[in-house]
Design a protein around this ligand. Sequence first.
Ligand code: UDP
Ligand code: MG
Length: 308
Amino acid sequence: MKPYLSVVIPVYNESGNIQKLCDRLLTTLDKLGKPYEIIFTNDGSKDNSEAELEAVYKQHPDKIRVVQFKRNFGQHMAIIAGFEITAGDVIVTLDADLQNPPEEIPNLLAKIEEGYDLVSGVRQKRQDNWFRTYVSKFVNHIRALITNIRMTDHGCMLRAYSRNVIDLINATNEASIYIPALAYTYATNPTEILVKHEARHEGKSKYRLYDLARLYFDIMTGYSTLPLQVFTMFGFAVSFLSILFVIYLFIRRLIIGPEAEGLFTLFAILFFLIGVLLMGLGIVGEYIGRIYKEVRRRPRFVIKKVLK
Ligand code: UDP
Ligand code: MG
């Protein structure tokens, strides 16, 4: 039977969470009284997740499907691979670590039924460490400043999408994707609801600071070119001020004579400008790296096998 709902869940080293997640999902979804499917993508886990996924698949082969990646391709690629095989009218994404309570799904669906085509969860009382929570809040602010994405919490993966949004995402073949932002650009009628957030059940977060930085650059470069423009404008401003300064020094020298003081001030200014220059080069590099990835056109992920 064609499912009404497809739930897509990326899994990377989530041993100990899978059975529990499945039980809670099934309890919630069975109450809906509508056909559904749950699609897990095993993103190259190195722990026992593969066996645990096969076990839940064997329990409910009619409801569960599992995509096995050959190696780790990242959370967003894992979700894309799931999206590609969804059949539901409504698609829901959530994390495998039980930070997104499956019991919230009916609330998301209710909003879709009201006619919204993207329902984004906003995490209430985040249960992450303070560092992660504040870095995330800060990045949400920066993203709001430099992109056109109007979204309170871009990091929450508990979301519902209508079929048309998923079809558009599936038709997008970009190499660096950030799903919440992409979904927002395709949605015509998005809304948000507050959702609960729980502490990770087992294991620890897969995102170290470096991974987070890479992800944040995907958002900034993928949905805005403002960083490049700011850099250009800064360059213009500095050049203009430098001209004024040169003219001033020239006149000063003619009237008062040569000067030698202020050497360290000069260094301070110089170091600052070199810092800005390196940062700018890095920003340009972030765009070029993504263009390079794009033109190589390598497959975005490799599937080992699919249980369905
Ligand atoms: N994940 C994934 N591939 C990765 C990293 C994470 O599929 O390379 C999955 C992970 O199993 C979880 C979700 O993405 O279901 C969110 O990851 P995590 O809980 O580590 O992130 P956080 O909650 O700290 O943002
Ligand atoms: Mg998590």
